[in-house]
Ligand binder design. Structure first.
Ligand code: SF4
Length: 360
């Protein structure tokens, strides 16, 4: 691209952003902590989904020091429903490193940010540019969509070679005088105008130079190779009560998916098993107890990023044995009305709502 075209692109984009940017709490009150928190929350999550969580978290933890000294279970409970829980666990660890090694000050340069565990190139570039005005271009899903359309790139954008090419284009286009604003502007354009479906090209500030617009390819760019069919697992879990009426819950180990969250024990159905046999076997193998099942709850379907599940849950009682945390990091007997105090995955939470309604 010629330098005049780059200058025109920057001018059109920034001019549009000045007039059209949304008011967002992390934008209106820009601090390094709010930027770090919002960038982590916005990974694979829409603004409208992240917004209430951001407000809740900044109310509880106005500073990174408040967050770093909080109880991790409390953080996971507040994060419940936002998904991708490893983000919360990793951010907690990152915050503790920043408090311990940097006296609670989020570093102001890209390379130091990148050296901190839990901060990758995207987050480092976002903080360095938006908070400290350093010239680092960010490339997220919005930027990929805008630039692949703008330049008419027909290669698969999920491939690292294409992503690298887009990063190079963003590095070329970024306005060195206003790097943070430029990054925000291009992401904002992707979120509000250059949307995945039905982009509003008629009102787009950069349409005069956009290749996908002029060649009628906005429906086919960005191109993503079709995904493989995702597996579907049937999971059997038990809501098992002891003689007092308390329910057994188990905490998932940190190194597993949804680590640190609580759940009702159970596991994947094996070939040739009924779901009741699955639950009884899982309690035997993972908890070391014998149980009896009484009746099923409605089946809950849930989709994760790489697979889907049907969650089959049964109400039952403990018959014999002392529960042990063989596969989980901790187990507990709790009263049903205490279920709200523990962080559970979304599918389990739907079941809890059902259990609590049933008890009323
Ligand atoms: S003209 Fe349309 S396709 Fe091109 S960048 Fe703007 S909104 Fe996206």
């Amino acid at each position: 691209m010629e330098s005049e075209q780059i200058a025109l692109f920057q001018h059109q984009l920034l001019n549009w952003f000045t007039k059209n940017q949304r008011s967002l709490p992390w934008r209106d009150n820009r601090t390094a902590w709010f930027t770090l928190l919002s960038e982590v929350m916005l990974q694979q999550t829409r603004v409208d989904q992240a917004l209430p969580y951001f407000l809740k978290f900044t109310q509880h933890y106005p500073t990174i020091q408040d967050f770093a000294k909080a109880d991790r279970d409390e953080i996971l409970l507040l994060w419940e429903g936002l998904g991708y829980y490893s983000r919360a666990r990793n951010l907690y660890e990152t915050a503790q490193i920043i408090v311990r090694d940097f006296d609670g000050n989020i570093p102001n340069d890209y390379q130091t940010l990148l050296s901190i565990k839990g901060i990758g190139p995207y987050t480092a570039a976002a903080i360095a540019s938006q908070v400290f005005n350093q010239v680092y271009a960010v490339v997220d899903g919005n930027v990929i969509r805008v630039l692949s359309r703008f330049f008419g790139l027909t290669d698969d954008v999920t491939k690292s070679k294409t992503k690298k090419q887009i990063q190079e284009l963003a590095d070329t286009l970024i306005d060195s005088k206003n790097p943070g604003e430029f990054n925000e502007a291009i992401m904002e354009l992707g979120a509000t105008i250059c949307k995945p479906k039905n982009p509003i090209c008629e009102t787009c500030p950069i349409s005069s130079q956009c290749m996908a617009f002029s060649t009628l390819q906005t429906d086919s760019i960005p191109y993503k190779a079709p995904k493989k069919k995702v597996p579907h697992h049937h999971i059997g879990i038990g809501v098992i009560a002891n003689h007092e009426g308390k329910i057994l819950i188990a905490k998932r180990p940190d190194d597993k998916m949804l680590g640190g969250l609580w759940e009702f024990p159970g596991g994947k159905q094996e070939i040739g098993e009924t779901i009741e046999e699955t639950i009884i076997r899982e309690f035997d193998e993972e908890i070391g107890v014998h149980i009896e099942l009484h009746y099923p709850y409605p089946i809950i379907k849930h989709a994760y990023s790489h697979f889907k599940i049907s969650l089959h849950s049964w109400k039952g009682i403990l018959i014999s044995g002392v529960p042990q945390a063989k596969e989980s990091s901790e187990i507990k007997w709790i009263w049903p009305d205490e279920l709200a105090n523990y962080a559970f995955p979304k599918a389990n939470r739907k079941l809890i709502d059902y259990i609590l309604t049933e008890q009323k």
